[in-house]
Design a protein. Structure first.
Length: 369
């Protein structure tokens, strides 16, 4: 370790930043607070830096995003954004303050015990925010449907036999409902309007996703992922937006862990216990892979739409899909009768994550970066 490296821990908030500095040896020193403003950050770095000093900076990922990281990187200062859930915690430490948090970051940065998160570029972050906005809109739509359906259930009102929920016929039936009390009619009309508005917002965001994805540098990776059965456009764009370059994961198991699909483990001595999946990784990717894994219940098959997607990708990707279908279906058949359908689907989703990782390795780096 160079004695001329200075380690800076920043505890970043909306309006202020607590600063602590650790030299190569000794305890970190408290350097007070500065305002969370680019000019204040620039002045701080000039004050801490010297011609023969190398600065390394760390702060926790949080609601303030990556603007500070991008500013420091542009200034030529090494900066890492660290995962809060993976910061080591000392047992018995019951005092938490901003200066202490900054000092802990500086100390752990010096010892190399911090786990950085992947920082996307601004274009990729914009795509990821659009994917998350669509997911939020979908959740809002589901909540709006639940409010309306549960209100009707409390009134013992059911749609006619043969009318599928939330179809056009269902909408027409809702619009024609009459009630003894005017208040009930107002409530249904309001809830129905909220459902329609939420559905329209979801459609607009999905249309924007298609347009933005077509203009992104990830078009080839998106096409390759969609060549795997069960992975459509929305699943593919979610994986790409959340994970970025799949080549940054050295092994398939590391990608599975990032998604949170690996089993938890508690082992001591000769005892070894493996429990539920960790669920500590990326929630959105885990969700879409779980949905895609249901396709493994059916025998390997190439539908007309999948065949059309195969024509847009290299033969190596098509061969990977053939192997994935055979492997995942056999895996599901083997496990479903032993551990149950739900656990079998999770196991298949974990292996599907491995095939997703392998697909990413077949795409040129210049496209997937």
């Amino acid at each position: 370790m160079s004695e001329r490296t200075r380690f800076v821990g920043l505890d970043v908030h909306k309006s202020s930043i607590a600063v602590a500095v650790a030299e190569a040896f000794g305890d970190p020193e408290d350097h007070g607070h500065i305002t969370n403003d680019p000019s204040a950050v620039r002045r701080l770095m000039k004050r801490l830096g010297e011609p023969d000093l190398h600065l390394e900076v760390a702060y926790e990922a949080g609601p303030t995003g990556y603007a500070l990281h991008r500013q420091l990187t542009a200034m030529g200062i090494a900066c890492v954004v660290v995962a809060p859930s993976l910061i080591p915690v000392r047992p018995g430490d019951r005092i938490k303050t901003d200066p202490r948090d900054a000092a802990k970051l500086a100390r752990l940065l010096r010892s190399g015990d911090l786990t950085p998160v992947w920082v996307p570029d601004e274009a990729h972050e914009a795509l990821r925010d659009l994917v998350r906005a669509r997911d939020d809109a979908k959740a809002d739509l589901l909540r709006a449907k639940h409010r309306l359906s549960k209100f009707l259930l409390r009134r013992a009102i059911h749609p006619p036999v043969g009318v599928r929920a939330w179809s056009r016929a269902h909408d027409a039936w809702l619009a024609g409902l009459t009630f003894e009390y005017a208040a009930d009619g107002v409530v249904v009309e309001h809830y129905h309007a909220v459902v329609r508005e939420a559905a329209e917002r979801t459609r607009r965001l999905e249309t924007a996703l298609v347009q933005c994805a077509a203009a992104s540098p990830h078009a080839e990776l998106l096409a390759a992922l969609q060549a795997i059965r069960g992975i459509g456009f929305l699943t593919a764009v979610t994986i790409v937006a959340e994970a970025g370059d799949l080549r940054r994961f050295p092994t398939a198991r590391q990608f599975m862990a990032y998604v949170g699909l690996v089993p938890s483990e508690h082992s001591s001595g000769d005892a070894r216990h493996r429990g539920h999946i960790t669920k500590t990784g990326n929630r959105l990717i885990r969700h879409v892979l779980g949905q895609a894994a249901h396709n493994a219940r059916y025998r390997p098959n190439v539908s007309s739409s999948l065949r059309a997607r195969h024509r847009r990708v290299p033969p190596a990707v098509v061969e990977l899909d053939r192997r994935a279908q055979a492997r995942l279906h056999a895996r599901y058949r083997h496990l479903a009768g032993r551990i149950g359908t739900n656990k079998a689907i999770i196991a298949v989703a974990r292996e599907l994550a491995g095939f997703v990782w392998a697909t990413g390795q077949l795409v040129p780096m210049a496209v997937a970066a």
